[in-house]
Design a protein around this ligand. Structure first.
Ligand code: COA
Ligand code: AMP
Length: 631
């Protein structure tokens, strides 16, 4: 068995040989012409000329080789009191049928299909059916509002949208269909067809001539066969927050993605085919794409699809029940979930009620993991707790302590060393390397390994300007941090206006656009203030137009409602204040990071370029009134 250092070195010195070997884990209809190519400067492609089908690799080949009776998916839904085991054979049959439904509704290779669904098995079926046809799925998270869905519809221009009548939150039903109808009304692009799964909890109203009932269509469909596609063809688009209100459409290819995710299951997560793997995330996020759906299924694992929360469904022992009942070997979630559990069950007493002897490791990602939470989990579970770092863009971990290669010492506060395939550097603004231990912008030397974004959907210029231009020859992650003497990476903060709320990535710019749309608001700013449970929470500042005499509290209530309406409940935007002025530099730049320091009660230096220092006192007073800042 090779050690981490050798594996990492080999992957950097000889990436083509390294990934060609990993590609043996995938079934190819035709092998590639070149492992790695650079069709235009800075733009790389993996496995060009290779032909494969991702769904075939996730399902058919396992059934052909004797895994048909093994559970592919265990659906565990405390919110509907349902548990269902779906074997590889059953999942394949359902996916082929739904591929037939899509095909009968005109979906062919390269067409986009938006999937707007809750955490139910049919969401996995819809995604894999797209992959089967060589169509491009784009899953939209259920917690987004109609407006966000409309933006994605206009960018992806789907032929079909697949949805369900409702999602189920612990305290309410989320009716998806009215949101979908509103989004289609708002969008310029109109899909030909919406395929709607009626859940028993809510019956969705259907639009004649456009909407199709899932079950009725499936009852008569002819199963669809795999359409083999180029390795470089897009498998999916996943929209993520950038600095503006226009989300970025991250593209994922078929070949590199299948190779990297298959490789990661054994090498990063240390699981063998046949074992149960559980990513407690949502299929609307990249973690859900990679480790609820594709990674486990490509590797022949059983994946757990959990429609519930870490707490409240019914209690803070929910994760332990699921892990024990289904024999989970490796679990993956966001630190915020553990903070929620810790808050309700500080001593972890509920853990003792369950047999977790099969669980070998817990992986955390999605936001910075505070050392307290990491130690709490380590002490209570008695297994390695591994924080690892990645992004929607990368599709899998940039840095991780790779359990399947060599378990290195865990350092709380660090995301581990660079994963194989990743050459990670910390840079000064001029692109030179910072000294070991100094904070800099984290960048990754090109080419990035397979499975990472080949580009943004129909936006090559934005791809180059967002990621490739600041540090020529590198991918700019947008994260800042440092690399210590042992090569461990510490991710500290973002370098842009992206915030992370309960592991969900949000753009303060997008929220600001909504606030600015209020008729009484002259100017506004949104910052991410620290929060004990969710990591960060957005806080808004609004300056009213001259002459507005309405009560500030009413305006605050209205902007909060507007953000919920336009961005969605997932933004968790509940705090805003009216201020006389925003603190700015003399050149007019809003001092967001100073405002953030005030909100967090941390020390800050008054910038020399400030226009008027008194404004900071006003900000402090306003923040104190809503419970922020030093007390
Ligand atoms: N559909 C519709 N609404 C949704 C939703 C969905 N799929 N997911 C969340 N929401 C809503 C919630 O109901 C909540 O609405 P509310 O304001 O009416 O209460 C709002 O969006 C915020 O949701 P959330 O951030 O989940 O907060 P919460 O208070 O309901 O739960 C945690 C807090 C910590 C339990 C929860 O955030 C959690 O489980 N986080 C894990 C993070 C995770 O999986 N991250 C993925 C990356 S790995
Ligand atoms: P997303 O694209 O939603 O997965 O969000 C990616 C961003 O989340 C990263 O750029 C980081 O800012 C943050 N992030 C993800 N994982 C970690 C981690 N383990 N530690 C610190 N930040 C993280």
């Amino acid at each position: 068995m090779t050690d981490y250092a050798t594996t990492h070195r080999t992957s950097i010195e000889n990436p083509e040989e390294f990934w060609a070997q990993a590609a043996e884990g995938i079934d190819w209809e035709t092998r590639w012409d070149s492992v790695l190519s650079e069709p235009s400067p800075g733009i790389f492609r993996w496995f060009s000329g290779g032909i494969l089908n991702t769904c075939y690799n996730a399902l058919d080949r396992h059934v052909e080789r004797g895994r048909g009776d093994q559970a592919a998916v265990i659906y565990d839904s405390p919110v509907t009191d349902t548990k269902r085991r779906i074997s590889y054979s059953e999942l394949l049959a359902d996916v082929a049928t739904f591929a037939g439904v899509l095909a009968e509704n005109g979906v062919t290779r390269g067409d986009r299909v938006i999937v707007y669904m809750p955490m139910i098995p049919e969401a996995i079926v819809a995604v894999l059916a797209c992959a089967r046809l060589g169509a491009v799925h784009s899953v939209v998270f259920g917690g987004f509002a109609a407006n966000e869905l409309a933006t994605r519809i206009d960018d992806a221009r789907p032929r079909v949208i697949v949805s369900a009548s409702c999602g189920i939150e612990p305290t309410r039903l989320v009716e998806y269909k009215p949101l979908l109808d509103a989004a289609i009304d708002l969008a310029n692009h109109k899909p030909d067809t919406c395929i709607v799964l009626q859940r028993p909890q809510v019956e969705a109203g259907m639009v004649a001539g456009r909407d199709v009932d899932w079950h009725e269509a499936a009852a008569t469909a002819t199963p669809g066969d795999c359409v083999f596609v180029e390795a470089t063809d897009p498998l999916y688009l996943l929209y993520t927050s950038g600095t503006t209100g226009q989300p970025k459409g991250i593209v994922r290819d078929n070949g590199g993605h299948a190779v990297a995710l298959h490789w990661s299951m054994k090498n990063i997560y240390g699981v063998e085919p046949g074992e149960v793997y559980w990513a407690a995330s949502d299929i609307g996020w990249v973690v859900g794409h990679s480790y609820i759906i594709y990674g486990p299924l490509l590797h022949g694992n059983t994946t757990v699809l959990y429609e519930g929360k870490p707490v409240g469904t019914p209690d803070a022992g929910a994760f332990w029940r699921v892990a024990a009942e289904h024999g989970v070997a490796t679990m993956f979630t966001a630190p915020t979930a553990f903070r929620a559990i810790k808050q309700r069950d500080p001593d972890g007493k509920l853990i003792g009620d369950y047999d977790l002897s099969k669980m070998r490791a817990l992986f955390l990602a999605g936001e910075r993991c505070d050392p307290d939470t990491l130690h709490w989990a380590e002490d209570r579970l008695g297994i390695p707790v591994i924080d690892h770092w990645w992004q929607t863009e990368t599709g899998w971990a940039i840095a991780a302590n790779c359990l399947g290669i060599e378990l290195l010492p865990v350092k709380a506060g660090s995301v581990g060393p660079a994963a194989p395939g990743w050459d990670v550097r910390c840079l000064n603004p001029d692109g030179s390397a910072v000294k070991s231990g100094d904070v800099g912008a984290i960048a990754c030397k090109l080419p990035l390994p397979p499975g990472t974004l080949p580009g943004l959907w129909q936006a090559e210029e934005r791809f180059r300007s967002s990621y490739l231009e600041t540090f020529p020859g590198f991918y700019e992650t947008g994260d800042a941090g440092f690399i210590d003497d042992d090569g461990y990476i510490h991710v500290m903060s973002r370098t842009d206006d992206v915030i992370n709320v309960a592991g969900h990535r949000l753009s303060t710019g997008a929220i600001e656009e909504v606030l600015a749309g209020h008729p009484d608001v002259a100017e506004c700013a949104v910052i991410g203030a620290s929060d004990k449970l969710k990591g960060q929470l957005p806080v808004g500042f609004v300056v009213l137009k001259a002459g507005v005499s309405r009560a500030p509290a009413d305006i605050v209530a209205e902007v909060i409602a507007m953000v919920r309406e336009h961005v969605g409940p997932v933004a968790a935007f509940k705090n805003a204040v009216v201020v006389e002025r925003l603190p700015k530099t003399r050149s007019g730049k809003i001092l967001r990071s100073t405002m953030r320091s005030i909100a967090d009660g941390s020390e800050y230096r008054v910038p020399a370029t400030i226009e008027d220092g008194v404004v900071l006192d006003e900000v402090e007073t306003a923040l104190k009134a809503i419970g922020y800042g030093s007390t």
